[in-house]
Ligand binder design. Structure first.
Ligand code: ATP
Length: 464
């Protein structure tokens, strides 16, 4: 067996809320930011020019993981259901959409200026004093619209104004009739979309928790009005369970119902799935009962009919909407925070990401023990078996122990080592990320073994 590895137990992030909050310290955030940079998950954007205002680029591993987060959401919300269809609407959008939706008038945050140091803050995020210099001499709050305005075409004039969407949701409302007619769905049914949104946040921060460009995963579920309350409860459960199934410990998740005075103008009820970030509980996803507000607003503004005629009952009605709205980039950060752990292997501290196999950038790493051509050739055969089905890394440099650590640190569930014995017995050694246990497996049965091992690990994630 290549390489000695010993498992001395693991540090799960909190079986109890107290334990979780204790362990998920602010240092944890620095560790994650450092790991993301060091291992190619997330880079500050335009770094060679000194960075650019809280924007980030997703590197080789981050782009894989972010894609996995979005795919996991799409699978649960679209692929595994018969009552939800997909959409990919334009980011660049007509001002008429945002006028009708209320965003032009209402999508604002209260902006205050510090008269002493000139910093600007969101009034609801500070408590009366400037966080930069401590001065209490702040301007009165004024409404600052968060939408990015731009111009379409060569002339910068009023008639060519457009907006980058601040949420994906409106794409679903304005396409309601198109989707209804082409998909032949009827309420209750949903339209799901994953994509970029843009908000000119006054104070972005906490790494990718709040950025001006980010990705959302949203679904608008259209229901008969009298079923809205039940569907709201249904989606609260579904969405909370999605995070649990993907390995976030229950101690780091909670549902928080909004107080009536917190509700958006369109909402008859909102609850947030909250995550225990290093700085405390905060929003991961919002689930709202948006009533018939959006469809009615767009019907009035466009003059188009946006309702549903039920041929069975002869009834015409405007469906109510339940919306689970999640952030893909924010969720990726939460998954990283929850997965980060350390233990001791062979007398040394080891950092590992206990990522769910569906989220880990690589499902397997192929590690030939040496660069000898025979082993490179056999590695090629192993890659050709696994690559069509799994995202694989290939690494033939450094000692095997170091290579295991590198894979542990990025959450690769399985390492597959090819040694000189493999040339004789046509077997490889598979090492498990979490237990470090090793097993000899024939190359012939490799694909099935890997598939089975990943399923087993996925099932175990729920109880982690
Ligand atoms: P907040 O109160 O934190 O500003 P919000 O309630 O306005 O967020 P929603 O409009 O409900 O957020 O957006 C749905 C989801 O999109 C949020 O739960 C979050 O995961 C994500 N999201 C919203 N704004 C940002 C942002 N600036 N950066 C990253 N993700 C975001």
């Amino acid at each position: 067996m290549p390489g000695e590895d010993k498992d001395n137990g693991r540090t799960a992030l909190g079986e109890t809320p107290e334990k979780a909050s204790e362990e998920v310290s602010v240092d944890r955030m620095n560790e994650i930011v450092g790991l993301c940079k060091r291992r190619g998950f997330v880079f500050p954007s335009a770094e060679i020019y000194g960075g650019f205002r809280s924007t980030y680029d997703y590197g080789p591993l981050g782009s894989l993981m972010l894609r996995n987060v979005k795919n996991a959401w799409w699978k649960a919300m679209v692929q595994m259901r018969t009552d939800v269809v997909g959409l990919d609407a334009a980011i660049l959008s007509s001002p008429r959409i945002w006028e009708a939706s209320g965003h032009l008038a209402n999508f604002t945050d209260p902006l205050v200026d510090c008269r002493k140091c000139r910093e600007r803050w969101r009034e609801d995020q500070i408590d009366g004093a400037c966080p930069n210099c401590g001065s209490m001499d702040l301007t009165p709050a004024r409404a600052f619209n968060l939408m990015f305005k731009t111009f379409v075409g060569p002339v910068e004039e009023g008639s060519s104004e457009a907006y980058l969407r601040p949420e994906t949701a409106q794409g679903m409302f304005v396409n309601f009739s198109n989707v209804l007619q082409t998909s032949r769905k009827k309420p209750p049914f949903g339209i799901a979309q994953v994509g970029k949104s843009f908000r000119n946040e006054i104070t972005p921060g906490n790494f990718v928790f709040r950025t001006r460009e980010f990705e959302q995963m949203e679904m608008e579920f259209f229901v008969p009005p009298d079923e809205a309350d039940n569907w709201f409860k249904y989606w609260l459960d579904e969405r909370l369970n999605w995070y649990l199934k993907l390995g976030i410990p229950s101690a780091m998740l909670r549902l928080r119902h909004h107080d009536p005075d917190e509700l958006s103008h369109y909402s008859a009820g909102t609850a947030d799935v909250e995550f225990l970030y290093p700085w405390g509980w905060g929003e991961l996803e919002g689930i709202a009962n948006r009533t018939d507000f959006d469809l009615k607003a767009h019907a009035t503004a466009s003059g188009e009919r946006l309702d549903y005629f039920d041929q069975g009952t002869g009834e015409r009605y405007v469906p109510h909407v339940i919306e689970p709205a999640a952030g893909a980039t924010r969720a990726m950060m939460a998954f990283l925070l929850a997965a980060y752990s350390t233990d001791e292997v062979g007398g040394e501290e080891r950092v590992l990401l206990k990522l769910h196999p569906d989220l880990a950038p690589y499902q397997a790493a192929i590690l030939p023990l040496s660069k000898k051509p025979e082993l490179t050739e056999l590695s090629g055969r192993v890659l050709s078996i696994l690559q069509p089905n799994f995202m694989c890394d290939f690494d033939e440099t450094q000692s095997i122990g170091k290579r295991y650590r590198r894979q542990d640190e990025v959450g690769t569930p399985l390492c597959i080592t090819i040694d000189f014995e493999s040339l004789d017995d046509d077997c490889v050694t598979i090492r498990d990320r979490d237990t470090t246990a090793q097993e000899r497996v024939s190359i012939e049965g490799l694909e099935g073994y890997v598939r089975g091992a990943l399923v087993k690990k996925s099932e175990a994630a729920l109880t982690m």
